[in-house]
Design a protein. Structure first.
Length: 197
């Protein structure tokens, strides 16, 4: 996936972009940096440079999104009502439902992401194939973790610095969905980092 994004940047003639990724996107951002893509800086949200077993929450989200799609909901509020059973936290539901789009026919909603592909790839999403001390990115990096998430443990901060020596690590009082649970604080961290010299 990182190679696909690198190719997209090249195709679009984007020079030295700032790349940001959350969770699986954070893995993509780290991979891009460690593959030496020409980045200005990288922002990784609630993911560490380690192999992880993804929480069962992700599989539950995909199953629930498939249920919504099969229900052929006519209103977003109907999708929210179905999702509420599996995802009680409003901010997480709202974030997941941003992937919902009106069908081309206009008579209902479906998800814009390939749920079958995503569901079938969850096992692979936790992989990380780089070696500390051997692979590194010397550019600017910001890691934003959810202090209540568990995806970036305190002991992994040293490992982050081995891969990303210039990394700054910030924590917000959130679970895994940092940007959905503390959007203002998250945006401030990202904006400040993006404009700093």
């Amino acid at each position: 996936m990182a190679n696909d994004v690198i190719q997209f940047l090249e195709d679009q003639h984007l020079e030295k972009p700032i790349v940001i990724g959350h969770s699986m996107g954070g893995k993509v951002a780290m991979n891009m940096a460690l593959l030496h893509a020409p980045l200005d800086r990288v922002i990784v949200v609630d993911m560490a440079p380690v192999k992880v077993k993804l929480s069962s929450d992700f599989a539950r989200y995909v199953v629930n999104m498939k249920e919504i799609q099969l229900a052929n909901v006519k209103k977003q509020s109907d999708a929210d009502a179905i999702m509420m059973k599996a995802v009680p936290e409003l901010g997480v539901r709202q974030f997941l439902l941003t992937n919902l789009k009106r069908n081309a026919s206009g008579d209902g909603y479906s998800f814009r992401i390939p749920l079958e592909t995503l569901g079938g790839s969850l096992e692979k999403l936790g992989q990380f194939d780089f070696v500390a001390g051997q692979d590194r990115y010397d550019g600017k990096a910001l890691f934003i973790k959810g202090n209540r998430s568990g995806y970036v443990k305190d002991k992994e901060e040293k490992l982050i610095k081995e891969f990303f020596p210039q990394a700054r690590i910030e924590g917000l009082d959130t679970g895994h969905w940092v940007h959905a649970q503390k959007p203002e604080e998250f945006l401030q961290l990202v904006t400040d980092f993006a404009v700093e010299e």
